[in-house]
Design a protein around this ligand. Structure first.
Ligand code: FMN
Length: 324
């Protein structure tokens, strides 16, 4: 599972970064793969309200949202939003990222598409502020709640600290480490016992992507799903993305990856291969199925639909085998 941390403070050696990195370290000890993005170091322009996303489902601004952040937000099973309080909300750098997620809001509410990880993804909030007021985190919590809804993450909880001002204040807090441990255990433990399944084909642009998306969509949080290809393509097959969108399943922002990257998810309990022959590895002890499903690339739209439906029905048969 990937836990994505979004670090919103301009102070890299400050309290928020300490809180987020301690949180992610605790998650790594429990087997998670983590990625912390220093939002301040990224080129993220504020939303310009072009409204293209509301009609077409993508943002025309070509910056690090397009090249990195949208993809990571789709890949992550847990998204941790971390910010100091600036005027009773998050920092403006992080708010720019949040506003640009209007693209996800539009895909969900205007285009009625469904992210395959929708039922699985969790959102968590970390924050610090200098003062002691009862309402200190209310503005941030409200923004975070609607951000998590837009990115299809269930708001799981928060760790927030008052009276934190000097850059090393939080590191000296008497209970912070213990509270992080408890929060991470509660967040990660339900994911730990899931069976892992790996879908492989040659380019990871069509068949294995469809199988992975159906498995995530249908098994939801019961399965840990990865996909890969022996010769990964540069991008997904757009006809495949359209065919999945006909089923209301949203594969935008996903990218093909190699087998090694797919195996970084951990040793799979089951591998399904489709047409990659000896190029795909055998994992001793794992259940192995070879699915005789034709390569849909270059086929007609109808051909793509047939492959999609064949894969969906095979995934439906596989899920009870793995999840009981
Ligand atoms: C521009 C700015 C606005 C701030 N606004 C608030 C505020 O509204 N309430 C508050 O309690 N602290 C406020 N603070 C204090 C920070 O939240 C506090 O110093 C925090 O520990 C900084 O975290 P960091 O070390 O992760 O950057 C503000 C600080 C700055 C620089």
């Amino acid at each position: 599972m990937l836990i994505l941390g979004l670090q919103g403070s301009p102070r890299k050696k400050g309290n928020t970064n300490f809180l987020l990195s301690s949180f992610l370290k605790a998650a790594e000890h429990r087997g998670a793969v983590t990625n912390a993005v220093q939002v301040v170091e990224r080129n993220i322009l504020p939303c310009k309200e072009y409204v293209v996303c509301e009609k077409k489902g993508y943002c025309p601004i070509d910056d690090d949202m397009a090249s990195e952040i949208y993809g990571l937000l789709r890949q992550a099973e847990v998204v941790v939003l971390a910010s100091p309080i600036f005027f009773y909300n998050m920092t403006s750098q992080l708010k720019a990222l949040v506003d640009r997620c209007q693209t996800f809001w539009a895909r969900k509410y205007r285009l009625k598409l469904s992210d395959p990880l929708k039922a699985t993804r969790r959102g968590y909030l970390l924050s610090v502020g200098a003062t002691q007021g009862k309402n200190l985190f209310e503005g941030l919590q409200l923004t975070a709640k609607y951000f998590f809804d837009a990115i299809d993450a269930r708001y799981e909880g928060s760790l927030v600290y008052r009276g934190i001002e000097g850059s090393k204040d939080l590191a000296q807090h008497p209970t912070v480490q213990e509270e992080i441990e408890q929060a991470v255990a509660a967040l990660v433990t339900p994911f730990a016992s899931r069976k892992k399944v790996l879908f492989l084909c040659r380019q990871n642009a069509g068949r294995s992507q469809m199988a992975g998306a159906f498995a995530q969509h249908l098994a939801a949080e019961r399965l840990d799903v990865a996909t890969g290809g022996s010769q990964p393509a540069d991008k997904l097959n757009p006809d495949m993305v359209s065919a999945m969108a006909e089923k209301k399943i949203d594969l935008a922002f996903r990218t093909p990856q190699g087998i090694e990257a797919a195996l970084a998810n951990g040793r799979p309990d089951a591998i399904v291969t489709m047409g990659c022959g000896d190029e795909c590895p055998a994992v001793p002890g794992a259940l192995h199925q070879e699915w005789d499903v034709p390569d849909p690339s270059g086929q007609s739209v109808e051909g793509m639909r047939q492959v999609r439906d064949e894969i969906e029905s095979r995934v439906k048969q596989l899920i009870p085998l793995l999840c009981g």
